[in-house]
Design a protein around this ligand. Sequence first.
Ligand code: ADP
Length: 358
Amino acid sequence: NSVRNEVMIVQRTCEDEFKSLGNIRVYCRIRPFLPGQNKKLSTVDYISENGELLVVNPSKQGKDGHRMFKFNKVFGPAASQGSILDTRPLIRSVLDGYDVCIFAYGQTGSGKTYTMSGPDALSKEEWGVNYRALDDLFHISRNRRNTISYDIAVQMVEIYNEQVRDLLLSNGMQKKYPLYHSQPNGLAVPDASIHSVKSTADVLGLMQLGLANRAVGATALNERSSRSHSVLSVHVRGLDMETGASLRGTLHLVDLAGSERVDRSEATGDRLREAQHINKSLSALGDVIFALAQKSSHVPYRNSKLTQVLQTSLGGQAKTLMFVQINPEAESFSETVSTLKFAERVSGVELGAARSSK
Ligand code: ADP
């Protein structure tokens, strides 16, 4: 992009798994059954080590109810938090001047929050992708401090009914987390406040405040987090102390709204409007990733606020990782299939491999 062309880029050393496999990766994770749920009626028949997943419709007999999918990786219900992703290669990319976007897609209750944040921020073992990524970011940047000096700053916005809201806008917060000295170029949301951070704890503190702000605007408090998208953007500026070269990278950690379709005959008013906005933005996200994967000359970023906000980190040299979350319960079968179809569309073309059978 033009901003990046203006600066001399520090030589990139990153060797990561994205390099040979394209910039869009899709990992599927199957949530375990929760206490009290009927384990006998699982929609997931088997998963293979090379990323295959066979789902069955528990109410249909024989082959008609089977469908095979294939992704870059598939994780079963027993996969631990630490095994689903080594965040270090992606973080090295950010610190080398790339944009990286990580998000989880799936219906409400499929484990998006579990994967991205984890069940307990105090237990390092249980940390989700977000905390691991941030921890690596500060750790690796500190290890490089003799050669590159890094400046790190954070924004957090919510997208609800196609409106973008700054989640870090509050006077009290600016005392604790000072506003960044200048608005760096190339921000996805130039109007949103941007705060300097020095440690994982700083970012976690800001995220807590952002989440509290998210709830304040809620019409139905417990529902809001699954009906809006939130985007935490970590902006990194590096200065090579020997050559004077500079670089810029961004890490976007995205908490997407639940992808479940709302029954039009049941939803009315606010609920229907929310559902329409969520459908629109998630399909716009799918269209953008699909266009990128096909190397299409037109990428429809303008079709939703979500894709506008993520524009700089979807496409070009940016790396995108999507976790597709599956709830294995029988009653989720049709949502599961539509989630998997979305993910298949997003991942299928980029890798050029033969995709699902029936
Ligand atoms: P979502 O964010 O998609 O709405 P959650 O992450 O809140 O879903 O998960 C729904 C429930 O399932 C929560 O109680 C969560 O703790 C549990 N859960 C999800 N994934 C796992 C997992 N991998 N292991 C254990 N429990 C999980």
